[in-house]
Design a protein around this ligand. Sequence first.
Ligand code: NAP
Length: 250
Amino acid sequence: MSVSVDLAGKAAIVTGASRGIGREIALALAEAGAAVLCAATNEALLAETVKAITDKGGKAQAVKADVALAADAEKLAAAALAAWGRIDILVNNAGITRDNLLLRMKEEEWDQVLAVNLKGCFNCTKAVVRPMMKQRAGKIINLSSVIGLTGNPGQANYAASKAGIIALTQSAAKEFGSRNLQINAIAPGFITTDMTAALGDDVKTKMLANIPLGRLGTPRDVANAVLFLASGMSDYVTGQVIVVDGGMVM
Ligand code: NAP
């Protein structure tokens, strides 16, 4: 028996949909039938994501937005409501790294990462919860990281932002549970995207040695977890962190 995720009639917002994991999440949600509002700052790449969806008969729109700005987050919610009259799914995926050892980390490296990764998640969540509460249904999926569970030298800013996302997820899950909103996080391990492309082969080889499933992750591995959390299959799951890392940090 095969079970497929059916998101027909649902409207989703995916931040950071221009590349990498966010692009794959947008494609996966659209394949499952959802209309997808794709957000990021690079308009040319966003247009490519939208074209990849609409070429296959899916529904998508692009909106340029910097998630660190509350006004841009509001713009995303307004655009989804104007286009589809509802918001069922928000995927807070936009994220950046500005790695440096703590002693050398500049204030702006700390501030930028916290502003995009953590405040961006707060801004977009705040922008969608009112319409979701009115609908008495909604799914918010936040991209954390295994680094938010373990810490990592050279990534104090990134680790703090990703741990903060877990605390934000749990707090929001408690605040909005009575309104039937499910709010969960995904903590990916090592996924092959632009974000990890810069790492040297020696680092990748060392990582592989610690991954029981014996391979690096793909954006589709993460998108599959998003499909579960975006669908009715997860209606009794909230405030959780699903680790998608091939077994790396257990
Ligand atoms: P990526 O390839 O670098 O893509 C990042 C995405 O975020 C891009 O679409 C980028 O679009 C968008 N973005 C960056 N700043 C933004 C802003 N201010 N406003 C709106 N969008 C913004 O990264 P990825 O590897 O796909 O990672 C996606 C998420 O998964 C991130 O939250 C990351 O921390 C998390 N994650 C990744 C890994 C991994 O191994 N790759 C592991 C754990 C967690 P523009 O440049 O067009 O704005």
